[in-house]
Design a protein around this ligand. Structure first.
Ligand code: AMP
Length: 503
């Protein structure tokens, strides 16, 4: 199917309802969104874009992005959304790799993109879209035809283009509706996070059920604006990286009043530490759900639903809160060893996933696809373990594992311990090469109030095995963050290597 059918149907059923809002203002109705998407599809065809072609979207969040995306689908083409914070050189590479025929880009990026050799036509605005009495039909597509090329953050080497078809996008949307938050017409999805990533995936169930997709006027994440938008649009949900949750919590704590109009804040994309989610629940209220996924299994590996998070009376409550939840219904999760054998509950290994929601493959990279999907199972590169009740605790990316004196140390466990100390605001733990131990544990720490290495060492001794304690503490003003708000450990390891080279 062509996903544009969802928009067409919402326009038929709920044409007058607000489809897209910009800040506090209605930007267009469902009838208008469908009309513009159909007109843009005709324009794209006129530009030579054929079904199956790729259309790049290198844009900061603004309402027009949704017209461009739905117009691309209506035309039967595949969208290549690119995080607006990427360097134009990286975006040009992605446009070239995807073979995009045409791209919509922010005006501020156009010249640099051209200088970097983006080899396709670039448009900075929507063309004039004439109104028509009858809409064309969306171009028919097969369920497995590429719809969204999702370029991974590329922490190792070049990004890879995860091919998502209608099948994956539909299942990811159903996962949201059944596991995270049901949507009724008029419910709001706020987009403080990039539409090129999780927030964009989460706008689909809102189009399906005629909700309101709200693009903040700031185009990004401003906690005060989010509070205002939630109060205005009501039943408001949004996707947030853990760093955004932290900033929202600080803001709400400062104003001393819980926000109104919130439905569910879904966090994911990186580790949420127990201390942080406990504070978030206390300060903001019972509005949180967690998902764990990756581009290759979009927003859908596990879910920690609101009712589990809020079930404080459950004997396993804290352990569950520290987990990433249980498998989503459309897939299987298993923990495997390096040889591909399934490991029993309680054993640590690589998280593997099987189901129709798993990507079609990487765009034009058959070897990378064959390395990631083996015997029908997607190897996520994440290390974790399941408990008897099916809850998955994620330890780390396999490449972040520290091996010191022959023992495995999962940075996340050390970070969780450090964050229990009241002075520690943020912590990220890495391994550093060491002649004696192979690697030693180094903790990068941002403090709220003064603390010394020996304070933190005494704190760790009470909580984790002695060999897991950081040998070195680096007190810093801030941790490096990538464009998705994640701490890129590769970068932290480089910083540490330069530091130790310099003595
Ligand atoms: P991406 O494909 O860029 O969305 O990155 C996916 C990776 O982010 C996963 O493989 C995990 O390593 C990490 N990740 C995603 N969700 C979570 C989560 N809820 N908790 C911890 N790590 C996560």
């Amino acid at each position: 199917m062509n996903l544009a059918l969802w928009l067409q149907r919402s326009a038929q059923r709920d044409g007058e309802r607000t489809a897209v809002a910009h800040g506090l203002q209605r930007w267009c109705s469902y009838a208008e969104l469908a009309q513009r998407a159909a007109a843009l599809a005709a324009w794209l065809h006129g530009c030579g874009v054929e079904p199956g072609d790729r259309v790049g979207l290198f844009l900061a969040n603004r309402p027009e992005v949704l017209v461009m995306l739905w117009g691309t689908w209506w035309a039967g083409a595949a969208a290549v959304p690119i995080n607006a914070k990427l360097h134009p050189r990286e975006a040009a590479w992605i446009l070239g790799h995807s073979g995009a025929r045409l791209a919509f880009v922010d005006a501020t990026q156009r010249d640099e993109l051209l200088a970097c050799g983006a080899g396709c036509t670039l448009h900075t605005e929507l063309p004039p879209l004439p109104a028509a009495d009858t809409l064309s039909e969306p171009v028919p597509r097969a369920d497995t035809d590429p719809a969204w090329l999702f370029y991974t953050s590329g922490t190792t080497g070049r990004p890879k283009g995860v091919v998502l078809a209608a099948r994956q996008l539909r299942l990811a949307s159903f996962g949201y509706l059944s596991e995270v938050q049901g949507v009724a017409a008029g419910d709001a999805m706020l987009h403080p996070a990039p539409l090129s990533h999780g927030s964009g995936l989460y706008h689909l169930p809102y189009v399906l059920h005629a909700g309101v997709n709200v693009v903040p006027a700031s185009g990004g994440f401003d906690p005060a604006e989010i509070v205002e938008l939630a109060a205005h649009w009501r039943n408001a949900s949004f996707f947030a990286a853990p760093t955004m949750v932290r900033r929202l919590v600080d803001h709400v704590a400062a104003i001393g009043r819980r926000p109104e109009g919130l439905a569910t804040i879904t966090y994911g994309g990186g580790p949420m530490y127990l201390a942080d989610i406990e504070r978030a629940l206390q300060v903001v209220g019972p509005h949180f759900a967690q998902i764990y996924g990756q581009g290759e299994s979009p927003m859908t590996i596990t879910v920690l639903p609101r009712d589990v998070i809020n079930d404080t009376a459950h004997p396993q409550h804290r352990a569950r809160l520290a987990s990433v939840g249980h498998a989503q219904p459309m897939l299987e999760v298993s923990i495997r060893d390096e040889a591909g054998a399934t490991l029993p509950a309680g054993t640590t290994g690589e998280v593997c996933v099987r189901g129709d929601v798993v990507m079609q493959g990487y765009w034009q990279q058959p070897e990378a696809t064959a390395a990631a999907i083996r015997d029908g199972w997607l190897y996520t590169g994440d290390i974790g373990r399941l408990d008897d009740a099916g809850f998955l605790t994620l330890l780390d990316r396999s490449k972040d594992l520290i091996i010191s004196g022959g023992s495995n140390i999962y940075p996340r466990e050390v970070e969780e311990a450090l964050l229990q100390h009241p002075a520690v605001a943020e912590a990220s733990v890495i391994g550093r090469r060491d002649a004696e131990w192979g690697e030693v544990v180094v903790a990068y720490v941002v403090t709220r109030t003064p603390a010394t290495a020996s304070d933190l060492d005494a704190h760790c001794i009470e909580r984790i095995a002695r060999f897991k304690r950081p040998k070195i503490y680096r007190f810093v003003d801030a941790l490096p963050k990538n464009n998705y708000g994640k701490v890129p450990k590769t970068e932290l390891r480089d910083i540490e290597a330069r530091r130790s080279d310099a003595g």
